[in-house]
Ligand binder design. Structure first.
Ligand SMILES: *Cc1c(COP(=O)(O)O)cnc(C)c1O
Ligand SMILES: [Zn+2]
Length: 448
């Protein structure tokens, strides 16, 4: 029942490898993001044989069941970054978010046995915390090595990555620089890195423009790149799928639906589930659904063409601003994940996502627009008969609704573009007169 992470597990070594299979493996504490041979993304490769030799599936399950408190990421440390020294871990208590059954919402959406994994109920209000604890811990290790040239960490962000990087950087005492598309993140998302002391650079461009700049800025080794093309983040984020199965008594659901933008998270989800299957903790895999906003849907378009190739789009304005991405960096990894998990891609428009959020809020959730995209997609797939009656679906909620007050206010004021706010609930303004107040309450109760 340890809260503090245990000593490193040096018997399990993880290394960087090229996702396209080029030969060579590299130190995970070196400053590199792409394969030197082909320019493809790297991934962290674990010593699966050593992990399998150490324990069978039941043994790993039993071990993980002894670590139900503290960080949900470092509870799986042998599978995450085994050679990280314990004292280098930077944690803010991420993971172990609740998995909530929402049968009434399931009925509203026609989506049967529906559950929501509340990744947004986390330190900085999004699932990005899961990956950032690993990346910042690794940077903590890198910067402590003699001769390290790294002086700061930087990322481009649609708002949640920057909040997480700034918080974990502040916790570690590591300077952070965040690149944001000016005017395209929420007030809450903007004030988070400002409060943590990050250097906030608001650029007159979109996310894809910020991404291009941060890649140039991080070419020299003094600034470490924290975007999800950095595969260390994937190692933390991959624990979410394992955690979902654990919370379901090691039974995989039939479907997992998640909102997808840069496509790091779906790649991570698949990587964790595949390892859990390979090491015998679960006996089957769920099918995965990448849910995209119609205004930012390059993966959906590629899917409809049989994944022939990625054709970047200019992402349009959507309430789901954290997935407003036209040129997703982890496209190749996501396609591999979707193929391995018999997955599919579906999209939702502004009205569909807003209505799904409103329905969910009426059932007691407080739903961010990205989770709205995933719920709307679950509704669509159920209506099409793809998600069948009786099947269990887990929707990954990626952020906290409280970060998206502008969206909620816009909905209830009826000012969101392309949205018919069917469930508007504006406040009633009345004089301070008890008779009028009683009349109003009676009228309302009669209507409900
Ligand atoms: C980052 C983010 C996503 C998308 O994750 P990707 O890994 O970029 O696909 C979805 N929802 C929220 C709230 C996010 O912050
Ligand atoms: Zn390569």
């Amino acid at each position: 029942m340890d809260i503090v992470p245990q000593p490193e597990s040096p018997q399990f070594a993880a290394t960087y490898r090229c996702i396209r299979g080029c030969p060579g493996s590299y130190d995970v504490f070196s400053v590199m993001y792409r394969c030197p041979a082909c320019g493809g993304l790297l991934e962290v490769a674990h010593d699966d044989a050593a992990l399998a030799a150490a324990r069978d599936g039941a043994g790993w399950r039993a071990l993980f069941e002894t670590r139900l408190r503290g960080s949900g990421v470092w509870a799986k440390r042998e599978w995450v970054l085994p050679q990280l020294p314990e004292e280098k871990i930077v944690t803010l208590g991420e993971g172990w978010t609740s998995l909530v059954p929402v049968p009434q919402l399931g009925r509203d959406l026609g989506a049967g046995d529906l559950w929501v994994k509340q990744c947004g109920i986390s330190h900085t209000g999004s699932f990005k915390d899961l990956g950032m604890t690993v990346l910042v811990s690794a940077v903590n290790q890198i910067m402590s090595a003699a001769g390290s040239t790294v002086r700061a960490v930087a990322c481009a962000s649609t708002g949640d990555t920057s909040a997480a990087l700034a918080a974990y950087g502040a916790a570690a005492g590591i300077p952070t620089i965040v690149f944001l598309p000016a005017g395209k993140v929420t007030t809450a998302q903007l004030i988070q890195p400002i409060s943590h002391g990050a250097r906030v650079l608001a650029l007159d461009t979109d996310f894809d423009g910020c991404m291009a700049i941060v890649q140039e800025v991080t070419q020299d080794d003094s600034i470490y790149l924290a975007n999800s093309m950095n595969s260390l983040r994937v190692e933390g984020q991959k624990t979410v799928g394992i955690e979902i199965c654990q919370q379901l008594d090691w039974q995989a659901p039939d479907w997992i639906v998640l909102p997808s933008g840069n496509l790091g998270n779906i790649s991570a989800l698949a990587k964790g589930l595949a390892l859990a299957r390979k090491l015998g903790l679960i006996d089957r895999l769920p099918r995965l659904v990448a849910a995209q906003a119609q205004k930012a849907n390059p993966l959906y378009l590629a899917y409809r063409r049989g994944f022939d190739r990625l054709e970047p789009v200019t992402a349009g304005a959507t309430s789901a601003s954290a997935i407003r991405i036209g040129n997703p960096v982890s496209y190749e990894k996501a396609v591999a994940a979707l193929r391995d998990f018999d997955g599919l891609v579906e999209q939702a428009g502004e009205d569909e996502l807003a209505d799904a959020c409103a329905l969910a809020d009426r059932r007691g959730l407080y739903t961010d627009p990205h989770t709205g995209v995933a719920l709307a997609v679950a509704r669509k797939l159920a209506a099409q008969g793809v998600i069948e009656a009786g099947q269990r679906t887990v929707v990954i909620s990626t952020a906290h609704g409280l970060k998206f007050s502008e969206f909620k206010v816009g909905y209830h004021e009826g000012t969101l573009a392309e949205v018919v706010a069917r469930r508007r609930n504006p406040p009633v303004e009345l004089p301070a007169d008890s008779r009028l107040v009683k009349d109003e309450i009676r009228r309302w109760l009669d209507e409900t």
